[in-house]
Design a protein around this ligand. Structure first.
Ligand code: G1P
Ligand code: ZN
Length: 543
């Protein structure tokens, strides 16, 4: 076995986005592509010699090849140990936990999250730091800078590690531990939630369906829900991870998890339905005849968290990404705790969680999590919901209605325009940005604009500033229109339009969401000209 230094030339497109580097799979399969990026990350780090590196993956196509490459590179670069899940499987939140629990230096997460997998689909690599969370911009900027000038990478020529069998191996001088991907994570969940109460609920006939979408949460859900909590076999469906997610799109929303939605709205609906995405960090929550929007779910989980043993002492604060609805703000206000609004992407929550300024965080894109790890966590959200249902002995619908009666309802929707021509999308945003001062003083059909800006975040912990994080147009009645371009897409541009309207406590809480927001939807089009400029007469996806 020898360590080798391989000459390489830079790729111009290795800029990490909202959540690591994400591209079409063939891009990652080009010679040296993975190696260049991984070495650029390692070159941006200091003090890792002899330390532990965790490698997580969602089982998608090309994971196996990339994992073996990263193991060889970690060994050649001087890491002391790599921990990797059996079969290359380790969900994103479990990776975060393993990094923290075993005090690793950091880790790589191989995933393109909710994007499809396969030779013609998507792939991604993200680096997480020692707190278990995504690398902050300071590091991702350094990685990108390095990737533009990189001229060599280090790799050994050791044989492949048998990822199929739990055990201890070696790659050169480095130890490789193939671990049970579920064990540490399941043990953590047991410390947070009242497992006996949830098990009791299942024993008394509570019915649930969990759709793992052929993705990474299958093994976790089978073990925790069925084996540990006693939910009947068959509660978890599509529970075996597959490289192309069974040919599906592992995004737990009302488009791609339609069957689950239809089941919960149907005549023989179970009490509770849930799903998670490709890498296990997102969640979808649907009660019998009640879909819970992610923004509402964040508010509800925050308000009810003390019902779970892990949060019995209350929560210190809540954070939400800027486009997420303000439902959680009302909970924070009532509890008298801190509320933070951050740019899109989980990496901005890390500092607040580390400083214990917030306990629970969430995004409108079906991501919720807490200080137990530094990623959003799909199964965690499902288990907290189950804990709340077991403690309150009410239906999901009752709990949601009760919440609106107390705090009011934030009607909320997101309209995505996928694969828009990049130049058209950029011009739309640039033109709108230029008109913000003029828009700020306008009243549209008696709805006065309260502010119009491009969101800038000042991190209260490290003092860093992140600008141009999305255009916000806020109105005097608390309604909001937000526009931003996706930072995770792999083809063209994805324009996201977020719409929100507040209906106070004891107001009208039973309107259809799209109807309740109809005026704002048409106003957004009037202001930004989305349909005319994109040539689309409807969004690609409405969530
Ligand atoms: C999307 C979501 C964002 C989430 C990210 C990673 O990013 O909008 O909330 O953190 O995926 O899961 P976007 O494509 O909007 O940049
Ligand atoms: Zn994900």
């Amino acid at each position: 076995m020898t360590n080798k230094t391989i000459s390489t030339t830079p790729f111009a497109d290795q800029k990490p986005g909202t959540s690591g580097l994400r591209k079409r799979t063939p891009v990652f399969m080009q010679p040296h592509y993975v190696e260049n990026f991984v070495q650029s990350v390692i070159d941006a780090l200091e003090g890792f010699k002899g330390k532990t590196l965790v490698i997580g993956g969602d089982g998608r196509y090309h994971n196996d090849v990339a994992i073996q490459t990263i193991i060889r590179m970690a060994a050649a670069n001087g890491f002391g140990k790599v921990m990797v899940g059996q079969g290359g499987i380790l969900s994103t939140p479990a990776t975060s936990h393993v990094i923290r629990h075993h005090k690793a230096f950091g880790g790589f997460v191989l995933s393109a999250s909710h994007n499809p997998g396969g030779p013609d689909a998507d792939f991604g690599i993200k680096y997480n730091i020692g707190n278990g969370g995504p690398a902050p911009e300071k590091i991702t900027d350094a990685v990108f800078a390095r990737s533009k000038v990189i001229d060599r990478y280090l790799i050994n020529d050791a044989p492949d590690i048998d990822l199929g069998t739990i055990g201890s191996y070696r790659s050169g001088d480095m130890v490789v531990e193939v671990i049970d991907p579920v064990a540490d994570y399941a043990a953590l969940m047991q410390t947070l939630f009242d497992f006996p109460a949830i098990a009791n609920m299942f024993a008394n006939g509570f019915r649930m369906r969990f759709d793992a979408m052929h993705a990474v949460t299958g093994p976790y859900a089978h073990r925790i829900l069925e084996d540990m909590l006693g939910a009947p076999k068959g509660t978890v469906i599509n529970g075996t991870p597959s490289p192309d997610f069974g040919g599906g799109h592992p995004d737990p929303n009302l488009v791609y998890a339609r069957d689950l939605y239809d089941l919960l709205m149907g005549p023989d609906a179970p009490d509770f339905g849930a799903a998670s995405d490709g890498d296990g960090d997102r969640n979808l929550i649907i009660g019998r005849k009640r879909f819970v929007t992610p923004s509402d779910s964040l508010a509800l989980l925050a308000a009810n968290a003390p019902l779970a043993p892990g949060y019995a002492n209350g929560i210190t604060g809540i954070a939400r990404s800027m486009p997420t609805s303000a439902a959680a703000d009302r909970v924070a206000e009532k509890l008298g705790i801190e509320m933070h609004e951050t740019p899109t992407g989980w990496k901005f929550f890390g500092n607040l969680l580390d400083a214990d300024r917030v306990t629970i965080c969430g995004e409108e894109s079906a991501g919720t999590g807490s200080n137990h790890v530094r990623e959003k966590d799909g199964l965690w959200a499902v288990l907290l919901w189950l804990n709340i249902l077991a403690a309150r002995q009410q239906s999901v619908d009752d709990i949601v209605r009760d919440h609106w009666a107390t705090y009011g309802r934030n009607y909320y929707t997101r309209h995505d325009y996928d694969e828009v021509d990049t130049a058209v999308a950029n011009k739309l945003m640039d033109d709108l940005r230029a008109r913000l001062p003029e828009i700020a003083g306008t009243t549209y059909d008696s709805l006065a604009v309260a502010y119009a800006d491009d969101f800038t975040y000042h991190d209260p912990i490290d003092g860093s500033t992140s600008s141009r994080q999305g255009i916000r147009i806020g109105f005097a009645d608390g309604s909001r229109i937000v526009l931003r371009l996706s930072g995770t897409g792999t083809v063209g541009a994805t324009l996201r339009l977020y719409l929100e309207r507040y209906e106070p406590a004891h107001g009208q809480h039973d309107l259809d969401t799209q109807s309740a927001l109809a005026f704002l939807i048409s106003l957004a089009d009037r202001i930004a000209g989305v349909r005319e400029r994109t040539g689309r007469d409807a969004p690609s996806v409405i969530t």
